[in-house]
Design a protein around this ligand. Structure first.
Ligand SMILES: [Zn+2]
Length: 110
């Protein structure tokens, strides 16, 4: 790939990501979503969506809500203050593998 084509491709990818982030921000202000739901909706990769969420969290700061993953069996709450990532695979307390995924949303403007 020559340099011009590479640049065009990069611009295209960036533009697509920006549009996706705008749409995602709208969706998050309407309801809570898990990374899996967002990935399915946009047919994007988990990595791309995690980057989108980080960017949205940075942009909307106080409005961004990240509900941590919770063990469905014992209620153990996975604390992930700054990190946005997919759900953990196993509960450290009871070893149960049924973990409720982290959910993300944007609070309405007050
Ligand atoms: Zn547990």
């Amino acid at each position: 790939m020559n340099r011009k084509a590479k640049r065009e491709l990069e611009d295209y990818i960036l533009e697509k990501a920006l549009t996706r982030r705008q749409e995602l921000a709208l969706m998050l202000s309407e309801r809570e979503l898990t990374i899996r739901e967002i990935v399915d909706y946009f047919r994007a990769t988990t990595k791309e969506i995690v980057e989108d969420l980080k960017s949205i969290a940075y942009k909307y700061k106080d409005r961004f809500v990240a509900k941590p993953a919770v063990c469905e069996f014992c209620g153990f709450v996975f604390k992930e203050r700054d990190k946005i990532r997919k759900k953990p695979s196993k509960c450290p307390r009871c070893r149960n593998e049924k973990i409720q995924e982290p959910r993300f949303s944007l609070k309405p403007v007050t």
